[in-house]
Structures are given as structure tokens and as C-alpha cells.
Write a protein that binds this ligand. Sequence first.
Ligand code: SF4
Length: 335
Amino acid sequence: MEAALYEKLEGGRVHCFLCSHHCRISPGSRGRCGVRENRDGILFSLVYQRAVAAGSDPIEKKPLFHFLPGSDSFSLAAAGCNFTCFHCQNWAISQVPRGESPIPGRDLPPEEVVSLARRTGCRSISYTYTEPTIFFEYARDTAVRARERGLKNIFVTNGFMTAQALEAAADWLDAANVDLKSFREDFYRRVCSASLKPVLESITGMVERGIWIEVTTLVIPGYNDSEPELKEIAGFLSALNAEIPWHVSAFHPDFKMNATPRTPAETLRTARGIGRAAGLKYVYTGNLPGDEGENTFCPVCRNKVVGRSGFTLLDFNLRRGHCRRCGEKIAGVWE
Ligand code: SF4
């Protein structure tokens, strides 16, 4: 499939502006993501309708807590990523195709993804596990069909897309969970081979476009768990919109961060307190099943409006998106 969002340069080179790496790619080479290749001056996506993962998940796993809670979301991934995070939990599929290695996956056309989603009772399709931005054409063609069949579309993303990519996606994207991995450029450069600023711009752009957004920060001991940094993240989100749910999640050792310990529960509870002190109305502890911080509380009367354990919905005390006790509107897409 010829790629979207690129321009031809002199000498057969191309400039890809799908993500903020802005790769200039010579004929016969691939971009940094390893899944977009310049063939004789034309940029091709190598992952179009090539799925490495496809199946239904609880939407709470994304995590999205304020978007069709209790529903299933059909999860789709193609190989590759534009980040190289040391702590990637899906590295086996995200970090595979670099250089000239073959692209893993099976043929799964967009219309088949939509049929599978409907057959399994899902109300949405999540483009997830790897970075959806870089399988943009596959996501787009699936998402447009999904919309026609009454399904919502969700990105679980690192937020490193360009403004042009976000603009193009805004027509069919309903919701996103964006990873805000740190509030330090140095972290993004060192750990992810990327940068922070485009991520902040994407979060802002999604809010401006009315895309429902929740933000996740995986709190990693010794990397991004200082109180000043967590306060900066919370302050940024709160200033943008205090109703953005913020998920502070526990890290577990993986990939190139095997020597780093798990996040203590207390660190997450402190982070949650920081978020609430900054004015955020909905802050959740993640990967801590059974913790009080998994539940949604009414910001006015503190009634537990949605009770959860892990990915399971236990209580639902909302009436048409309002707290059953005091009538306060709870931000989100409930129907
Ligand atoms: S999507 Fe891939 S090829 Fe395009 S700019 Fe990003 S890393 Fe480079």
C-alpha cells in the first residue's frame, strides 16, 4: 500500500511526516520504524492488512475507564514501532522489523477485522499493543469501515504523530489512551529514542478536536517517579482539562529494564494524591488489582460511581452519565 503523509524529494528520496521523526528516506531504505520503505521514490507501508495480534479485550485493559465501560474492544496490531522503549512490554512484536528483516503477521483485511469485531460483540476497535500511528493506512481503512458499521475507534498510542496525522485521523478517531511516559526530554531521548514536545502537542490537539482522551504514565522507579516530575505531569493535564482521567500504572521488569524493580504500591498512591491535589478529578492506580484507586468516585459527593477490580466492572452507579447520589455529571462517553 502506498503510504499516506509523505512527500517526494530530489534524487528519489522521500520525507515521511506521519510521525515526528520526520524521516528522510533514500531509495531502498526504511524509516526508523522499520515498516515504511522507499521503493524507487515511492513510500510504501509494509504492514498494510498484516496483523500480528487480533482479538477482543475488555476496554478497561486499554485502559479506558470513561469510554463505554464494561464493553469489549476488538484489539488490532501490526508489527513495529517508532519508539525503542527499554521497558516495552510488547517488544516481541513492536521491536521486530528493523532494517531488512521480513515483516511478521498474517493477512487480515480491514473488512474482516470489522466483521470479527462485530461477530465477537465488540463495540469498538482498538489499534493497540504496538504504535498505531505507524500502521496508519491499515488503521484508517479499518476505522472508516468500522464507523459505517456503528463501531467506535480507539488509539492506544505514544502520541508521537504529527499534527497532519492527527488531523487526518480526527475524522474517524473517537478516543485515545496516550502514554505520557515522562515530563523530561532527557527520558524520551535516552529511553525511547524520541522527544516529549510532540507528545504534549498531540494530547492538546486531541482535546481541542473533541477526541475522548485518557492518559497513562507507567511509573518506573528511579526514572520518572520523583514527586516534582509527577507534579509537572499532573499540572499539565489539569491545566488542559481537569476531567482528563490519568492512569498511574505499576511498572514490572521487562525487555531491557530487567534489573529495575517493580513500582511499589505506595509510590502509585502518592502519585494519585499528587494528581488529585493538582485538581485532576479522576486519577487511577493501574496494575494494582483491588486497590481503591481503580474505582471512579464522584468528584463532588465522593460516591463510588464505578467500581472495578482489574479489568472487571463491579458496580455502576451512574444514570445517563450522572452520579446517582448527587446528580453531578461525570465526564466520559457512557453510551
Ligand atoms: S512513521 Fe516511520 S518512516 Fe514515517 S517518520 Fe515515523 S519513523 Fe519515520
